[in-house]
Design a protein around this ligand. Structure first.
Ligand SMILES: Nc1ncnc2c1ncn2[C@@H]1O[C@H](COP(=O)(O)OP(=O)(O)OP(=O)(O)O)[C@@H](O)[C@H]1O
Ligand SMILES: [Mg+2]
Length: 382
């Protein structure tokens, strides 16, 4: 008698848990889809119904391949989730067919341990990713700057050197009061010149790659910081020494890390801006493996695995709210002396490397995480 009661209680509890799970899934503002082992739609939450623009009733009659052609990389991801039984995410996917027109989608696929073969898919378009405070710098972000950089370099540098030269001549011929003005012109011309030089870094030049030891890059930047702008900051290093080399350009990777470390230092040490950090300024440099991050190789259907991550973390005040949606765009800055080019350049270089950058920020903890490709056997043969 007691066992029967217990069993029915357990059954009720299990059903209740199932109902709770369905309610939670239904209420999630993120599109979530559960596929069975034949890629039939087992469960579709409300957000996914809206995202796909197809009712749950219709979807329950369909398989995924009725919506998206079988050669879509999404099927590869699903198969990999099944074989590896690990969570895999893919960025910048295009889900296109006569019924569906979705571009630049981030998909995260996870296995369901209780149901072999079932795969849970979480879908996000770029705007949803932003609202989840997970910003991805897509390759295009800095492209718009490329053309502008070339024009600036051409059209500004020449007249600028004329202005500078004229100011220098004036300096020699005018009295002390006016000399100060001439010096001002020269200094400002130098400042514009430095800005144009930085813009030129956006130019579309092919990068030369070698096998780069990312830990050496991080150490180099840490030393640079320690001997200058980051002298009062504590650095913490959590490196995975077994990491393989990155397939990239060493100088450009130094530039990336330097920009991130400099931003972190500036965020923590700015005074009088009403933004408070979290105790003693500290920057953590971390590396490690993170399986399951992939992106498209531009202009091809091949996907590139990005198993290696490099993180720059600080305990500063966090990224100002108003800047977040445009963080990687050029000229976005909260600093009176900033040019707002640092992160745009970071996004450009990471994109050129076929990598990805994510940011996660709240007061007291800001992390920029780069996902980079490692040297493959094919590269090593070159
Ligand atoms: N670690 C961080 N913590 C808080 N805010 C940050 C952090 N990194 C970047 N930001 C914000 O993002 C803005 C843009 O950064 P970015 O490096 O592109 O330009 P900048 O640092 O202002 O100028 P520049 O790098 O050209 O000198 C910064 O002005 C700052 O408001
Ligand atoms: Mg900066």
């Amino acid at each position: 008698m007691t066992t029967a009661v217990n069993r029915s209680e357990r059954l009720m509890a299990t059903r209740q848990r199932g109902a709770d799970a369905a309610a939670v899934l239904g209420a999630l503002p993120v599109p979530v889809v559960l596929l069975d082992r034949e890629n039939r739609f087992r469960h579709v939450n409300h957000a996914a119904e809206q995202f796909l623009g197809i009712s749950v009733a219709s979807l329950s009659q369909l398989r995924l391949n009725d919506l998206i052609p079988l050669d879509n990389p999404l099927f590869l991801l699903i198969e990999q989730v099944r074989t590896t039984e690990a969570t895999i995410s893919d960025h910048d996917l295009n889900l296109e067919s006569p019924r569906l027109q979705k571009r630049g989608i981030t998909v995260q696929g996870s296995p369901l341990p209780e149901e072999p073969g079932a795969v849970l898919l979480v879908l996000q378009d770029a705007s949803a990713a932003r609202s989840l405070d997970r910003q991805l710098a897509f390759r295009g972000a800095a492209r718009s700057v490329t053309g502008m950089a070339a024009i600036l370099a051409h059209e500004v540098k020449n007249p600028l050197s004329g202005i500078r030269g004229a100011a220098q001549l004036l300096e020699e011929s005018v009295g002390p009061a006016d000399r100060e003005l001439a010096e001002l012109i020269r200094d400002e011309a130098d400042r514009i010149r430095a800005l144009v030089d930085r813009m030129e870094a956006f130019g579309e030049k092919p990068i030369t790659r070698t096998a780069v030891n990312i830990h050496r890059v991080l150490e180099h930047v840490r030393k640079l910081a320690k001997s200058g702008f980051g002298a009062n900051i504590r650095f913490v290093e959590t490196y995975d020494p077994s990491l393989p080399p990155v397939w990239g350009n060493r100088d450009q990777l130094v530039q990336v890390i330097l920009n991130l470390v400099k931003n972190a230092a500036e965020a923590m040490t700015q005074v009088g801006n009403g933004r408070n950090g979290n105790g003693r300024p500290e920057i953590t440099l971390a590396t490690g493996f993170q399986q399951g991050v992939r992106v498209a190789i531009p202009g091809s259907t091949t996907r590139l695995d990005l198993p290696l991550f490099v993180a720059v973390r600080d305990n500063g005040p966090g990224i100002p709210e108003d800047i977040r949606p445009h963080l990687f765009e050029p000229f976005v800055t909260s600093k009176s002396y900033g040019s707002g080019l640092g992160l745009a350049l970071v996004a450009k270089i990471v994109g050129d490397h076929g990598g990805l950058i994510e940011v996660n920020s709240r007061p007291g903890r800001t992390e920029f995480r780069l996902h980079l490709p490692v040297v493959s056997e094919k590269d090593a043969d070159q």
